[in-house]
Design a protein around this ligand. Structure first.
Ligand SMILES: NC(=O)C1=CN([C@@H]2O[C@H](COP(=O)(O)OP(=O)(O)OC[C@H]3O[C@@H](n4cnc5c(N)ncnc54)[C@H](O)[C@@H]3O)[C@@H](O)[C@H]2O)C=CC1
Ligand SMILES: O=C(O)C(=O)Cc1ccc(O)cc1
Length: 369
């Protein structure tokens, strides 16, 4: 395998492949980056002596087509993929200009860090994360298979889709969030002197990704401008409504204030509903879940005792939903993997809990996020 571009992502791919016994050849226009990756154990910083099965282009989106054309020109590999965060633009350039577009399948691991360069690389970066593959109509079966093998080699879960659909989704899930993190973090620069004294975890959660390399992110954002523009316009409409509601709340009488509060609460509720669409980390696919229901009596410490019991089966308190039971006590819904449901039911039974209902769970509805 060859990796061109030995920064964060290229070196992480190379480390994961090398750890599985694959021979990896590394190159980068910055020779120090390639040598550093080699020194980390990611492979050899030299041209392969003969064509490799797969070349992975781990360069910024705007560079993908030009690097592919150069690689195909010298017969570097039998198949090619990339890892760029944007897929339609590079694909179009490849289809228009590359000598052998059929040997290329677009790729994008949905995992990364806010640091760049080979020293930030981690072999396990992609484990359990989605890896988009975006075959175009000319992509050969062999090229798609090499892309699928790469995702699996890195421990990621391949997701096959068209490049345009990919770009629309990541505009909403990755690129506009990055922009918003930057817009928020930029406000801090000119904020009051108390900012460093009163910075909480929420602020860090919302701004962490703003630390990403501005040159790389400038390349990503301009390469997906079309898909991002629609999302930003919708956000502008939301923010305009919020700004108007806040003006009303700051100035107006009680009647008008009610309307302002409703506008804010409606937006906050939409936010909670939107979060419910995200899978919880490690939650797995919705179909493999079941729900257990346990009645907990109204006695101090009883719920803590149940939480301790389910923790032993790997169920976190955060995953559990609680509601008042009909007569007294609490009705506790415990989502569990279907495959483990009987074992957990028996385990809870053994420590004195009667599991009342077991049903296939609508995981999204059950999840409190
Ligand atoms: N940073 C992140 O969290 C993620 C990035 N990606 C994508 O991965 C790709 C690489 O990003 P990172 O590894 O984060 O960046 P990086 O800046 O750490 O590494 C990029 C490397 O490519 C090299 N390079 C640039 N143009 C080149 C060219 N024409 N020929 C040879 N080498 C060249 C640079 O010298 C640098 O070493 C980008 O397309 C990015 O969109 C994908 C998933 C996550
Ligand atoms: O740092 C994070 O949490 C990320 O989500 C990183 C990331 C950045 C760019 C991508 O194209 C994919 C993933």
């Amino acid at each position: 395998m060859a990796v061109i571009g030995t920064g964060l992502i290229g070196t992480s791919v190379a480390l994961a492949a090398a750890a599985q016994g694959v021979s990896v050849y590394l190159s980068d226009r910055d020779r120090t980056a390639a040598r550093t990756a080699a020194a980390l154990g990611a492979g050899r910083a030299q041209e392969p002596p003969e064509p490799v099965d797969l070349a992975v282009l781990a360069v910024p989106p705007s560079q993908v087509a030009a690097v592919l054309i150069a690689c195909q020109g010298r017969g570097l590999a039998r198949a090619y993929t990339d890892v760029a965060s944007v897929k339609a633009g590079p694909e179009q350039a490849v289809l228009g200009r590359a000598p052998d577009p059929a040997a290329y399948v677009g790729g994008h691991p949905l995992a990364g860090r806010e640091r760049s360069g080979p020293l930030a690389a981690r072999a396990e970066l992609f484990r359990g994360r989605p890896w988009a593959l975006t075959p175009h109509p000319l992509t050969s079966r062999a090229a798609l298979d090499r892309g699928l093998e790469l995702a699996e080699l890195c421990g990621a879960a391949p997701v096959v889709m068209r490049s345009r659909e990919h770009d629309e989704v990541v505009a909403l899930t990755s690129h506009v969030p990055h922009l918003l993190a930057a817009v928020m973090a930029a406000r801090l620069r000119d904020g009051p002197a108390g900012v460093p004294l009163l910075a909480g975890q929420g602020l860090r959660d919302v701004t962490r990704i703003a630390a990403g390399d501005p040159r790389l992110w400038g390349d990503i954002l301009r390469s997906n401008a079309r898909a991002m523009a629609g999302v930003v316009q919708e956000l502008r409409a939301d923010l305009s409504r919020v700004a108007a509601a806040l003006d009303v709340l700051a100035e107006a009488d009680d009647g008008a204030r009610d309307q302002g509060v409703r506008t804010l609460e409606e937006l906050l509720a939409r936010g909670v509903a939107g979060l419910a669409r995200l899978p919880r980390p490690g939650a797995g696919p919705p179909e493999g879940r079941a729900a257990l229901r346990v009645l907990v009596p109204d006695r101090p410490g009883e719920l803590a005792r149940l939480l301790g019991a389910v923790a032993a089966f790997g169920v976190a308190a955060d995953d559990i939903a609680v509601e008042a039971a009909e007569e007294s006590g609490l009705s506790v819904r415990i989502p569990v993997p279907t495959a483990d449901a009987e074992r957990i039911e028996a385990g809870l039974d053994a420590v004195g809990y009667a599991v009342q209902v077991r049903s296939p769970a609508n995981w999204t509805a059950l999840s409190k996020r």
